[in-house]
Write a protein that binds this ligand. Structure first.
Ligand SMILES: [Zn+2]
Length: 435
């Protein structure tokens, strides 16, 4: 045989070998029978790589994945809400928020992801105020997109806490109380207290960290920002895992979920963003990114995100109130930095066409802004985060002012997670709280 014949036979052999290997590969990928696949996984790889290969198996092999991964399980099943969530499982449960007027039990959904390996328990909760929608979608998307096989620890998501308020498109419970003023609750107390107690004992007691999502309220828009009690070391440490999102130090209302859980040794922050009543996709997306950074910094997922931007922390803030009535027209964007005497906006009096400027009383950053609306003198229009140097200066100035100047006290009322009814929206609920 001449060289051409040899060459032809050799080519045939190569093609045959290639086709055979392709066939094997096809069988492997397409097969639902896990027994066929396992011998193909090189056993010499270390534990971590083996687990990666198992988790990369096709989606329809969920049961086989769990079975195969059993040797990698480091933590026990989680007993919660009279149910059990196995390691490597994402389960939708529900908690009993109470009864509707028809007597039917209302059970908002609770998403639980139990990882195979040990790690912290992070709780993401939203809509304690029923008309605050951004957090609902963040919690739902973040938790739904977690692969329990890749999670270290546990993630618990409650997209809607105040289901009563949500269905009625209102901040409050049916009795017009603000649920976020009744934590940790009381099993024998008011309806709000009982709901708070059930939520706290059935869910919050399982958490090691809590993120509580809120939005600005009463026609105000908030820059994405954490509200955190930076006097508490565990909270400061927790806040440090969030990347570059702005932080506003506030101890918070004593009966808010944040304050009550923090007192119990569970570091809790409120994550404010946007406004009520609408789902703001840009805030939802940025919130999801921030929570992704948090989850990786807590080692709940393998870390690959690096974050070098500094985290601005504001140890003080003030609401700028308008001194004349009319329609507000803002001139500044949310998040923008302002200097003392900058024009923040105007109040237009439509009856007299009179126009009044609103000036920045000090340097800072716009953390919250009222939507353009009708205002009476004393309404809060711009929420300015004050950088630490300026804050010290303002505090010194303040100490020279007589004590009956109440303007600073009232600023706390506009803390959105616990906000008192403001701007004329007077309600009974705030007063009843102390009865
Ligand atoms: Zn809220």
């Amino acid at each position: 045989m001449n060289i051409r014949v040899y060459s032809f036979i050799f080519t045939l052999l190569v093609v045959n070998l290639w086709l055979t290997s392709f066939n094997v590969l096809s069988t492997e990928v397409g097969s639902r029978d896990i027994e066929v696949i396992t011998p193909e996984i090189p056993i010499e790889l270390n534990r971590e790589n083996n687990l990666e290969q198992i988790t990369s198996l096709p989606q329809h092999d969920e049961d086989a994945k769990v079975e195969l991964a059993s040797e990698f399980v480091e933590q026990a099943p989680l007993k919660i809400l009279k149910d059990v969530v196995q390691p490597g499982e994402l389960k939708e449960l529900s908690w009993s928020a109470g009864q509707s007027f028809s007597g039917k039990a209302i059970k908002p959904s609770v998403l639980v992801v139990r990882g195979l390996k040990t790690g912290p328990t992070l709780c993401l909760i939203a809509a304690i105020h029923g008309d605050e929608l951004n957090g609902i979608e963040i919690v739902r998307r973040v938790v739904r997109n977690l692969d329990p096989m890749e999670v270290n620890g546990t993630v618990i998501g409650v997209p809607i806490v105040n289901i009563f308020g949500f269905t009625g498109n209102t901040r409050y419970l049916p009795d017009r109380r603000d649920l976020n003023r009744y934590f940790p609750g009381n099993p024998d107390g008011s309806a709000a207290s009982r709901i708070a107690d059930r939520f706290f004992t059935q869910i919050i007691n399982h958490c090691e960290y809590v993120v509580d999502f809120h939005t600005g309220s009463f026609k105000r828009n908030n820059l994405p920002q954490l509200r955190a009690d930076m006097n508490v070391e565990k909270v400061r440490e927790f806040v440090g895992h969030f990347g570059s999102v702005a932080v506003l130090h506030k101890s918070g209302h004593g009966k808010s979920l944040r304050a009550a859980a923090t007192r119990e040794g569970i570091p809790t922050v409120a994550f404010e963003m946007g406004q009520t009543g609408s789902l703001q996709e840009e805030y939802v997306e940025s919130g999801i990114k921030t929570i992704d950074i948090l989850i990786r910094n807590l080692n709940i997922l393998k870390r690959f995100r690096l974050w070098f931007e500094p985290q601005p922390v504001y140890y003080g803030s003030r609401w700028v109130r308008v001194n004349s009535g009319g329609i507000l027209i803002s001139k500044v964007e949310i998040g923008s930095k302002v200097e003392k005497h900058d024009i923040l906006g105007h109040i237009i009096n439509p009856l007299t066409t009179e126009e009044t400027e609103i000036l920045a009383p000090f340097n800072g950053r716009i953390l919250g802004i009222a939507l353009n609306q009708f205002m009476l003198p004393g309404y809060a229009a711009f929420h300015i985060g004050i950088s630490s140097d300026t804050y010290t200066m303002i505090k010194e100035e303040k100490s020279q002012v007589s004590e009956d100047d109440e303007s600073d006290e009232s600023d706390d009322e506009l803390d959105d997670e616990t906000e008192e009814p403001e701007n004329g929206e007077s309600l009974q609920a705030g007063e009843e709280e102390f009865h």
